[in-house]
Ligand binder design. Structure first.
Ligand code: PGU
Length: 512
């Protein structure tokens, strides 16, 4: 009697569960609510004592619970729930509520490029150096350093949380200069990071933890991932004016005014050199004035240095802005990357440096950076760090590296020059393309907008980011003419339509 009543209840519960599951499938809006109810009912249906007749997958923990060997109620509930979750997922995915993420605006371009079968295709999306034959390039000094590492037979033990000591030392010296007082006095907290991105992310986590009321200021436009980094770290940000479309140059007055208008004590993100995506850097005089206003407002400079040595071909020239701010006595943050200047894209090697006013503050900051890193990734990878330590720390390899860097930067400059000549010669409208020559670094900001950039891909098979940025590092001299034809066509023939769209689609100014 008791047994058949139990069977009846069990069947009733199963029917309700099936109905809810069907309804859940029909309606995405109430998905979460049904999901929870369905799970709870299934839990009742499948758990003891009603579940005796329901076949379940073998699970030693379940058997132990059934045998009454575990009496911890918390554990019992947890394990039972996990078992039921598995059963529910047979017909309906627990991940149905997960929506499709859009492709990444930069790395997604490479995916689209790979899918294109045309012989004409050209990938100017991602900022990655290619040879004149458009092949990836491993630097000679990197190969030499790796050979050394193999010969030494180094082990693969964990690094300390802060990374390889030899790496941190040469990295900070490369950035600030070995004789810089902040290095001599031990006032820099340097932590090896997961390349530029990971270092920025660690710094953002630090800001969120210790300056939770502070805001980050980022340039408009900026490298797209800056916004993601601050969003994910829950650091509120807003933009300062940077690019002036009328002059295709720096909106210096706008920049200064916006930095001035921001709440005191904001973190001002500055591109140390080769601003991405515009390729427009402030002049030394403008850097001084930017430092003035940051000082006046008690802001904290936060440099992103992803292109040291790659912009001008000189490591020292490209560290000018950072060293100026250090000379003026600022406490500041600098994220560094070896992706471009040593071609170590996939090694994920970089660093975060925090310059403090005292060695004691430096020690404390470093301890907290380590504390943040530990639960995120525990400690960083060793291979790239050893390559850097071997190249930057060895006078011979260091000199050879500088020559290779000049070569890479030189090839980009040549391509820039050729593109400018082709644009000027071929464009019959008389448009002034000289801004291409004024920009610096890997990129050229063409001024093409979204519609025009999409036309470059659709018609010409030229892959670029939709903000009009092209990576000259992915261009060869022989492809310049083809690229110039594509730019001229996209710029003039889609001008009206593109103007209309750009008026309708305005970028947002403030975010959280
Ligand atoms: N900061 C800036 C200004 C950058 O341009 C990049 C890379 C990074 C940091 C991060 O580089 P890491 O590789 O993490 O060291 N920007 C390139 C690479 C592609 C990407 O978006 O990650 C670019 O094409 O903009």
């Amino acid at each position: 009697m008791v047994g058949s009543r139990r069977l009846l209840i069990k069947n009733g519960v199963v029917v309700v569960y099936v109905v809810l599951s069907v309804l859940r499938w029909r309606s995405h809006r109430i998905l979460r609510c049904f999901d929870r109810m369905a799970s709870a009912l299934a839990s009742v249906a499948l758990s003891a004592p009603f579940a005796r007749g329901v076949p379940l997958p073998e699970n030693p923990m379940v058997q132990r619970i059934g045998a009454g060997k575990i009496h911890d109620n918390r554990l019992f509930k947890g394990k039972a729930f996990r078992r039921v979750s598995m059963a529910v997922s047979v017909n309906v995915s627990r991940f149905d509520g997960v929506t499709m993420a859009p492709p990444d605006p930069i790395l997604g371009v490479s995916e689209a490029f790979r899918a294109d079968t045309s012989d004409l295709k050209l990938n100017l999306g991602v900022g990655a150096y290619r040879t004149e034959e458009l092949q990836p390039y491993v630097l000679n000094v990197v190969e030499k350093a790796e050979k050394l590492m193999l010969e030494r037979g180094e082990n693969k033990e964990y690094l300390p949380i802060e990374g390889l000591a030899a790496f941190n030392k040469v990295t900070a010296e490369l950035l600030f200069g070995a004789d810089n007082p902040v290095i001599q006095e031990g006032r820099v907290a340097t932590i090896q990071g997961l390349s530029g991105t990971g270092s920025l992310r660690l710094a953002a986590a630090f800001i969120q933890r210790y300056f939770s009321d502070a805001k980050a200021l980022i340039s408009s436009p900026t490298w797209g991932n800056h916004k993601n980094i601050f969003n994910d770290a829950r650091v509120p940000w807003s933009e300062y004016r940077y690019y002036d479309p009328r002059t295709v140059g720096l909106d210096f007055d706008g920049m200064v005014a916006d930095i001035k208008a921001a709440p005191d004590g904001s973190f001002v993100l500055l591109h140390g050199c080769a601003h991405n995506p515009t390729g427009i850097d402030p002049t030394p005089d403008q850097w001084e004035k930017i430092a003035d206003v940051i000082q006046e407002k008690n802001h904290i400079p936060f440099f992103d240095v992803a292109y040291q040595g790659f912009a001008s071909g000189s490591l020292d020239a490209d560290a000018y802005s950072v060293r100026l701010f250090v000379r003026r006595g600022f406490e500041l943050l600098v994220a560094q990357s070896y992706s471009k200047n040593l071609g170590l894209y996939a090694e994920r090697i970089g660093a975060i440096n925090v310059v403090c006013s005292s060695p004691d503050a430096g020690t404390r900051v470093k301890s907290q950076l380590k504390r943040l890193a530990r639960p995120m990734y525990s400690n960083p990878p060793v291979h790239g760090a050893r390559i850097v330590a071997n190249v930057v720390g060895d006078p011979n390899l260091f000199n050879e590296w500088k020559q290779e860097m000049e070569l890479m930067a030189g090839r980009i400059k040549n391509v820039r020059q050729r593109l400018y000549e082709n644009l000027s010669q071929k464009d019959e409208s008389g448009k002034d393309w000289s801004f291409v020559l004024k920009q610096i670094g890997m990129f050229s900001y063409t001024g093409l907008n979204k519609v025009q950039s999409e036309h470059m891909m659709d018609k010409w098979h030229i892959y670029m980011t939709k903000d009009g940025r092209i990576s000259l590092a992915g261009l060869s001299l022989s492809k310049c003419e083809y690229l110039a034809d594509a730019i001229i066509d996209s710029f003039h023939n889609l001008f009206t339509a593109a103007l209309l769209v750009s008026k309708l689609v305005r970028p947002s100014k403030v975010n959280v």
